[in-house]
Design a protein around this ligand. Structure first.
Ligand SMILES: Cc1cc2nc3c(=O)[nH]c(=O)nc-3n(C[C@H](O)[C@H](O)[C@H](O)COP(=O)(O)OP(=O)(O)OC[C@H]3O[C@@H](n4cnc5c(N)ncnc54)[C@H](O)[C@@H]3O)c2cc1C
Length: 400
C-alpha cells in the first residue's frame, strides 16, 4: 500500500498557511478543514474583514480523508432518527440536511469552483433482511413526510453489479465532490478577501478574559475579539468547554482505494451498506474507494486520535469488496488511510456560542461532515451576525 499519510484526495495538495506566530485581533477560527474554511468563508461573505485562520497538523484533518459523499439526512436512517427523536424532529432535521447539501452546490456555483461536484444520488444497500426492512420502513416515513426516495428490489441491485445483498433505497438528490478542491476553493476565497492564515499553531486553550479571548499556543498568548472552535474531533483537546461537557468523542474511520479499474461500474455515485458502516464511491478515474468496517473491530475504533491505518480493517474492507461487488478483474489497492471523526453526544452538531459569548463553536458531525460542516458554518455566521436563523437551530445549541 502507498504512504498512509496521504489520502487519494491529497494528491491535490491542501493549501497551507504561513508558518509563524499569529497576529492578534479580530475573529480567530481554529481549524482549517471543511468547518474552519467554511466559517471563514461565511463570515467574510457577511461583510466581516478581520478573520484569522489557525491550524495544527492540518494533514491529519478528516476533511482530506473522507469519502466525498454529500448526503441528505444524518448518519441515522429516517427510521432510526424517528425512533431516537420523534417524527417531527426527524422531519425538521431531514429537511434541513437537504438545504445544507444544496448550500454546498450553491457555494461551488457561486465561486465557480472546480470541485468535481456531481449530484447523481445515493444508494443505501441492505446486506441482510433486518436492514432491508429498515430501508422499507424509512422509505415509508420519508414519503409520509414529503421526501423523495425509492425502493430498489434485490434483483435490480444485483443487476447493478452487487452480490450477497437485499434491496436498496435510492435517493436522487445527494451528491459527491472532491473535498480538498472544495476546501481549497473556500480557503483561497478567504485569502483573496484578506483573511490571515497561520499553520502549525498548536492551540492548547481558549478562554475569555475581560474583553478578549485568550488563545494559548506554543507561540504564547494571542488576544482576539472572538474565537470560533472549528476543530471537530480535536475540539476537546483545546477547549475546556468541550472537554468538561464531553460533547464529542473521537472515532477513527478508514478507507482503501484501488488503482484505476477496467470494470464498468453501473453505480458510480455514493453508496453504502450495513447501516452505513461501509461506504463507497467510484472516483473520476474509475477507482473503487471504500471505507468503514470499524464496527467489526474490538472497541469500534472509538476514543483514538491515531491516524495510522489498522491492517485488520484494511483486510476486512478488501474481503467485503470480494463478497459484495461482482468484479471479475484482480483489484490492486493503491491507497489506504484513516482519519478522525467526532461522535456528538446529542447526535447533532454543536453550533453557536459556548458559555462564553465571545467563544463560538461549529463541530460534531458524527460522520456526515461534508454538507454539515459547510451548512453549520453558514448557520454559525448567521447567529454571530444576528441574521434570521431557521427554527431547527434550537437542536444544535452547544450549551444544552
Ligand atoms: C474515513 C472518513 C470518511 C468520511 N466520509 C465522509 C463522507 O463521505 N461524507 C461526509 O459528509 N463526511 C465524511 N467524513 C466526515 C468528514 O470528513 C468530517 O466530518 C469533516 O471533514 C469535519 O471537518 P472539520 O473541519 O470540522 O474537521 P477536520 O477536517 O478534522 O479538521 C480539524 C481542524 O482542526 C485543526 N486542529 C486540530 N487540533 C488543533 C490545535 N490544537 N490547534 C489548532 N488547530 C487544530 C486541524 O488542523 C484541522 O484544520 C468522513 C471522515 C472520515 C475520517
Amino acid at each position: 500500500m502507498a504512504d498512509w499519510t496521504k489520502s487519494f484526495w491529497m494528491v491535490v495538495p491542501p493549501i497551507t498557511g504561513k508558518v509563524e506566530a499569529p497576529k492578534d485581533g479580530g475573529i480567530a477560527v481554529i481549524g482549517s478543514g471543511l468547518s474552519g474554511a467554511s466559517v471563514a468563508y461565511w463570515l467574510l461573505e457577511n461583510g466581516l474583514d478581520d478573520v484569522t485562520i489557525l491550524d495544527f497538523e492540518q494533514e491529519k484533518a478528516a476533511t482530506y480523508r473522507n469519502c466525498g459523499h454529500i448526503l441528505y439526512g444524518t448518519v441515522e436512517s429516517m427510521m432510526a432518527l424517528t425512533a431516537l427523536h420523534g417524527e417531527q424532529v426527524a422531519r425538521e432535521i431531514w429537511g434541513y440536511s437537504i438545504d445544507i447539501c444544496h448550500e454546498v452546490r450553491d457555494t461551488i456555483k457561486r465561486l465557480n469552483m472546480d470541485a468535481d461536484y456531481r449530484q447523481d444520488g445515493y444508494m443505501v444497500i441492505a446486506i441482510d433482511d433486518v436492514e432491508d426492512k429498515e430501508i422499507k420502513d424509512s422509505i415509508e416515513l420519508l414519503h409520509r413526510n414529503g421526501f423523495d426516495s425509492r425502493y430498489v428490489p434485490k434483483a435490480e441491485v444485483e443487476a447493478m453489479g452487487f452480490k450477497n445483498v437485499r434491496g436498496a433505497r435510492y435517493e436522487p438528490g445527494s451528491a459527491h465532490a472532491h473535498p480538498v478542491k472544495f476546501r481549497n476553493g473556500l480557503i483561497q476565497n478567504a485569502l483573496d478577501r484578506g483573511a490571515r492564515y497561520f499553520s502549525g499553531v498548536k492551540v492548547s486553550s481558549v478562554e475569555e478574559v475581560g474583553d478578549f479571548v485568550e488563545v494559548k499556543s506554543q507561540h504564547g498568548t494571542h488576544k482576539f475579539d472572538a474565537v470560533v472552535i472549528a476543530a471537530n474531533a480535536y475540539s476537546p483537546l483545546l477547549s475546556r468547554f468541550f472537554a468538561e461537557r464531553k460533547l464529542v468523542d473521537p472515532f477513527k474511520g478508514q478507507i482503501i482505494t484501488s488503482k484505476p479499474l477496467k470494470h464498468q461500474f453501473k453505480v458510480k455515485y455514493p453508496h453504502s451498506f450495513d447501516h452505513g458502516y461501509e461506504y463507497a464511491l467510484i472516483s473520476e478515474d474509475n477507482r473503487l474507494m471504500i471505507g468503514g468496517w470499524r464496527n467489526n473491530t474490538p472497541g469500534g475504533e472509538i476514543g483514538t486520535y491515531d491516524v495510522v491505518p489498522n491492517p485488520t480493517v484494511e483486510k476486512g474492507l478488501q474481503d467485503f469488496v470480494q463478497h459484495h461487488y461482482d468484479i471479475k478483474e484482480k483489484i490492486e489497492w493503491e491507497f489506504s488511510w484513516a482519519g478522525i471523526m467526532a461522535a456528538s453526544k446529542t447526535g447533532f452538531p454543536f453550533i453557536g456560542p459556548t458559555t462564553s459569548p465571545r467563544v463560538y463553536t461549529c463541530a460534531g458531525y458524527t460522520g456526515h461532515g461534508f454538507s454539515w460542516a459547510h451548512g453549520s458554518a453558514k448557520l454559525l455566521a448567521d447567529i454571530m451576525m444576528g441574521n434570521p436563523i431557521p427554527a431547527v437551530a434550537k437542536y444544535f445549541n452547544p450549551k444544552t
